[in-house]
Design a protein around this ligand. Sequence first.
Ligand code: GDD
Ligand code: MN
Length: 379
Amino acid sequence: MKVVVITPTYNEKGNVEKLINILEEEVFPKIKNHDMHILVADDNSPDGTADAIKKLMQKWKNLDVNVGEKQGLGAAYVRAMTYAVDKMNADVMFQIDADLQHDPAKIPQFLEKIDQGYDMVIGTRYSDGGSIPAGWPIQRKIFSILGNLVVRTILLKFSIHDWTGGFRVLRKEVFLKEKNELTSFKGYTFQVSFLNKAVRDGFKVAEVPFHFGERSIGDSKIAPMAYITDLLKYVITASIKEKLFGTFGKFLVVGGTGFIIQLIVYKFIIGSSNLPLGLANLLSAQLAIFSNYNLNNLWTFKHEKSSNLASYFVKMLGFFATSNVGVLIIQSGLIQLGEIFFGRNYPLPYVYFVLATGVLLIYNFSMYRFVIWRKKPHQ
Ligand code: GDD
Ligand code: MN
């Protein structure tokens, strides 16, 4: 595969020259099964980083530079990844800081995970075998550890330990899928938002622990306050969106339409017959179940939807069966108990209906999510 190691630079002349030499002379010769390239993503650094790279390009034919306007780290990565895919035909792309805080000797280990079939591999400083610099002042250590813990807690995603780090590798498919959504956070928050979208879309993510080194020359470009504000803004809005408009939100909307359909039929049956309330409910549920199945299939669980007619019908049978277990035992059961104990004077049939439907809701969502439309791994 063609692998492009992308390194972003803003005034990193001395550092990036060293990084390129280590990659070319020590790391790449050890990798036999991939075609290795380097792309420097420079934002017109005033220190002349881009010119230094252009000189090195005469020596190293697999080295390239992509220069653009400074808009932040995330914007530089999106621009460079677009270039790597379109102009260099990259299959796989690394993200590595130019200041040598990310040990390039780890690259083969990341690639092994790609060879095993992972879509994205994240370098982690917070798992066994990983670390942050021992020499950092205590407040910086706390800030770094706490920052990641806050991200994991707000997103409610604990399986990934290092959300903010910048040492990663990914297949081009991950980038192409998320590219259009990567425009809002142009700075360091890009790392978190990109990873979160990849996880959301079911890409297979692995972690590789690494020791985060100290910067030897130059200064960090992070503006801590702006970064924290941006990061919190992203994780809080992403988390609310995911919960509200995610699967559960859609499920509630579909359930709401089913509820109305069922209520209308239920009202009609008890208005025009003396059927026991439990039976009236069971009958009225059938149309709602049919409508819910189709809406969920087309919308709520569209990523797991049936791909052919046979599976559409098999799933529908399963849906009718599990839904009716709930409707019969939980909803009709509770409604019938209500009628037996308290009668059927208006508005009691509707009170039973609403209460019983509430209990049913919890049962249904668990069945759909964990049985009928359980998540398929990404392919
Ligand atoms: N092209 C470009 N444009 N490069 C940039 C920009 C920019 O606006 N801002 C920073 N960079 C480059 C730097 O030149 C460096 O190579 C790399 O991005 C990382 O920047 P640093 O300034 O060294 O960041 P840090 O070491 O403080 O940040 C650490 O924490 C971040 C958040 O947890 C690193 O681990 C980052 O990888 C991590 O994202
Ligand atoms: Mn750094």
